[in-house]
Design a protein around this ligand. Structure first.
Ligand code: PLP
Length: 395
């Protein structure tokens, strides 16, 4: 007999689960190569060779009891120091070892910081469309997720509505730029405006509103796009980072939180986040891969592969008549569905062996998400089917 809370969560997970099952079913009938699965954000580009080299060298040459052992719940000190130094070089910040907590990916980091901050009934605000797991993570700590409705013209944050929906109970706001599912990147101007709203409301309520910047796609941007480092604009910012996408290591579960010294109640929060890491059952982020990423801080995946996919898919879909904004980052295209019911549209796409996720899963019905972290062959194979699907609607 599972808990009532889990019953609800299991029910809500059914879209992704159904998609996974459907992919397997279609592959069994039509062959794997004839199923076009755009449903998952699983990187298709190989990790840099430096990852393999570091793994081999660490296993061969570092002390194995150290490499495989427990360490401080926050992570190895030398790893955290290297990450802080790298961030300072890139962003001109002044972080040190005790601003960094190694986490079990971005998901682990978000859970750690919410566990640290949230009392039951507190409000956590986010902007639609948003990564659907935020709802589950908020539920984990009995927070209420308050969703700001999408600006369907720009998919930038609707700051007017934000101002109206912030209350004395708002403990945190989660932003995600570059964004899953839209690929939108918030400009410096947007972040300044957002910070002004938060500052104003903190003063008005006499509370702290922590901005949690969920940044697994920070490095995945196309062209000359600038992704501002939000701690420089808003004092109460906590960053959640992950190597899942930037080094193509999602299964390794590695990332970190940045809790800057300037944050209100920094010492208490940092200490509590270390304890949260332990008591959530993570104990610490996986040891070996902590040591690996510390050696790969200057490495990156070949983003040009995603860029080619983006150009091909975006260009072709626009040519067929679909409507979507060109993403500046991440590896998703957020496309207007050809009927209002996005779930029905995704069902029709399935008839063409195309697997995509309805926008409702991101709090934004009327759209669908196409993850283009797939092989070029998958995109080329799917394009005629996308064209036929469009024509079916126009008949
Ligand atoms: N946040 C966003 C916006 C994501 O898209 C994802 C994964 O796709 C995560 C967090 C979780 O990432 P991780 O694998 O690092 O836990």
């Amino acid at each position: 007999m599972i808990s009532e809370k889990m019953s609800v969560m299991v029910k809500n997970s059914s879209i992704t689960r159904a998609m996974f099952e459907e992919g397997k079913r279609l592959a069994a009938i039509y062959g794997k190569e004839n199923v076009y699965d755009f449903s998952l954000g699983n990187p298709s580009v190989q990790p840099p060779v430096s990852v393999k080299e570091a793994l081999i060298d660490i296993i061969s040459n570092e002390d194995t009891t150290f490499v495989h052992g427990y360490m401080n719940n926050s992570g190895y000190e030398d790893v955290r120091e290297k990450i802080a130094t790298k961030l300072n070089q890139v962003h001109g910040t002044s972080f040190h070892t005790n601003n960094i907590i190694m986490t079990v990916g971005a998901a682990g980091g978000l859970n750690v910081i919410l566990k640290t901050l949230i009392n039951p009934g507190d409000e956590v605000v986010t902007f639609a469309p948003f990564f659907g797991e935020y709802k589950n993570y908020a539920d984990n700590y009995d927070a209420k997720l308050v969703v700001i409705s999408p600006d369907k013209e720009t998919f930038l944050p609707n700051l007017k509505e934000l101002e109206e929906k912030l209350t004395k109970a708002t403990k945190a706001i989660i932003v995600n730029t570059p964004n899953n599912p839209t690929g939108v990147v918030y400009s410096e101007e947007t972040i300044i405006e957002l910070s002004k709203v938060l500052e104003k409301k903190q003063q008005e309520f006499g509370t702290n509103i922590y901005l949690i910047s969920d940044e697994p796609y920070r490095e995945l941007v196309y062209g000359d796009v600038f992704v501002p480092y939000i701690t420089k604009y808003y004092r109460n910012t906590i960053v959640g980072y992950s190597y899942s996408k930037s080094l193509s290591l999602p299964g390794e579960r590695i990332g970190y939180l940045v809790i800057p010294t300037e944050v209100d109640d920094y010492e208490e929060i940092f200490a509590a986040a270390s304890v949260a890491t332990r008591i959530l059952g993570y104990v610490n982020a996986p040891s070996l891969i902590q040591r690996v990423v510390a050696r790969c801080l200057d490495s990156e995946v070949d983003v040009s592969v995603y860029n080619e996919n983006r150009e091909l898919l975006y260009g072709s879909l626009k040519e067929y008549g679909y409507s979507c904004a060109k993403p500046e980052g991440a590896f998703y295209l957020f496309v207007k569905t050809l009927e209002e019911d996005d779930k029905a549209f995704c069902e029709k796409a399935k008839k063409h062996n195309i697997l995509i996720v309805p926008g409702s899963a991101f709090g934004c019905p009327g759209y669908c998400r196409i993850a283009y972290c797939v092989s070029k062959k998958t995109i080329e194979g799917a394009l005629p089917h996308f064209k036929k699907l469009y024509e079916e609607y126009k008949e």
